[in-house]
Design a protein around this ligand. Structure first.
Ligand code: ATP
Ligand code: MG
Ligand code: FE
Length: 345
């Protein structure tokens, strides 16, 4: 089964064609995976500007669809379905992707699948790794930080979430404060190389508290206060602060995942979302999993941040179960994976 996936929920315009095996089997093949990052357009504003993003998606999307088909060596007629991120995200961008996918699906008489962007991250590991349902998932991205049990498409139980900022947001703020640029995650990771992770003792919000919730605002404030006191131009101090920050996030992730593995034992711990690209954090999670007799599985680094392949894969997982959408689907700026849990907060 061949599925196209379109991702336009933030600042990456991405289109991919993948091939999925029959039934509910994991591991597909990526036939093409094109990404146009709008970084240059947003950089001087130090963050993503929604209007600029929507316009840039509109300008690029047709070209990327053509390129993704070309690189995959297939035509629209060869596809079994067309998936697009239907939310959550910046609504102007989501509308561009959804309208494009609907138009192609209508014109070529193909099923249309509206994919929850978070479900894209959540299931992406199965595109490349033979991971069976159910599994425990740490979803850590630019806008989310959650622990979930994943049983299948549309079937999630949320064990915990952040009560304030997301982990990726905390990386981005740290980078901005230290003048490391945008996006922050990769910049902090790079700056932390050669840094002393023990030099600064930073607060570890929620650490050793019961449950699986997260909090990052106190850590963010502490990084700001520490950063402001550093002597100008002291690169070693910046490296030390980045390394200390990363270790603190690692401590929090490890502590929260330990609780989650206690509450919802699982043979597999999966980490996904942009922050899952961080090699140090992956290492920390590997240790936690191993100490519970579980295995950590993560998507390859390039599939952690937003991409079309994860949307195509989640679309295929749904299509194989007959879960398709009609052309009157309306983009959803908010779309929780576990609606019952989301209603409780
Ligand atoms: P969401 O998926 O919650 O809607 P998003 O799509 O903007 O948000 P992603 O693309 O999944 O987020 O991830 C981007 C985030 O991941 C950014 O906050 C970025 O700083 C962070 N990130 C990317 N690479 C790394 C890294 N190597 N280390 C830590 N954080 C990283
Ligand atoms: Mg992005
Ligand atoms: Fe994302």
């Amino acid at each position: 089964m061949r599925v196209m996936g379109i991702e336009t929920s933030c600042d990456e315009t991405a289109v991919s064609v993948i091939e999925a095996p029959a039934g509910t089997q994991p591991v597909g093949r990526i036939l093409s995976n094109t990404v146009y990052s709008q970084l240059a357009e947003h950089r001087r504003f130090g963050g993503v500007v929604p209007e600029i993003a929507a316009r840039a998606h509109l300008e690029r999307i047709d070209g990327l669809v053509a390129q993704a088909l070309d690189e995959a060596g297939v035509g629209l007629a060869d596809l079994d379905g067309i998936a697009a991120t239907g939310g959550p995200g910046l609504i102007g961008g989501v509308m561009v992707g959804v309208m494009t996918a609907k138009a192609l699906a209508f014109a070529h008489d193909k099923p249309f699948i509206a994919v929850n962007h978070l479900e894209g991250h959540a299931l992406s590991v199965r595109l490349t790794e033979p991971v069976a349902f159910p599994y425990l998932l740490l979803l850590v991205s630019g806008g989310h930080c959650q622990l979930l049990t994943v049983r299948g498409p549309g079937d999630f139980t949320r064990l915990g979430t952040t009560i304030d900022d997301a982990a990726g947001e905390c990386f981005d703020k740290t980078a901005k404060l230290l003048g490391l640029g945008f996006p922050g995650g990769p910049a902090v990771e790079k700056a932390a190389v050669g840094g002393d992770p023990k030099r600064f003792a930073l607060p570890r919000p929620m650490w050793r508290k019961p449950g699986c919730d997260f909090s990052f605002s106190g850590l963010k404030t502490a990084v700001r206060q520490t950063g402001e006191k550093l002597p100008a131009g002291d690169r070693q101090a910046v490296a030390d602060l980045c390394a200390s920050f990363q270790r603190t996030v690692g401590d929090v992730f490890a502590d929260r995942c330990t609780n989650a593995l206690g509450l919802a034992p699982s043979a597999t711990l999966v980490v996904a979302g942009g922050v899952a690209a961080n090699v140090y954090l992956r290492g920390r999670l590997e240790e936690v999993a191993a100490s519970h007799g579980a295995t950590l599985v993560a998507p390859p680094v390039r599939l952690c941040t937003d991409n079309g392949a994860m949307i195509a894969w989640a679309g295929a997982e749904r299509l194989r179960l007959g879960q398709v959408d009609t052309l009157d689907f309306r983009p959803r700026p908010r779309w929780p994976l576990d609606p019952a849990a989301a209603n409780r907060v």
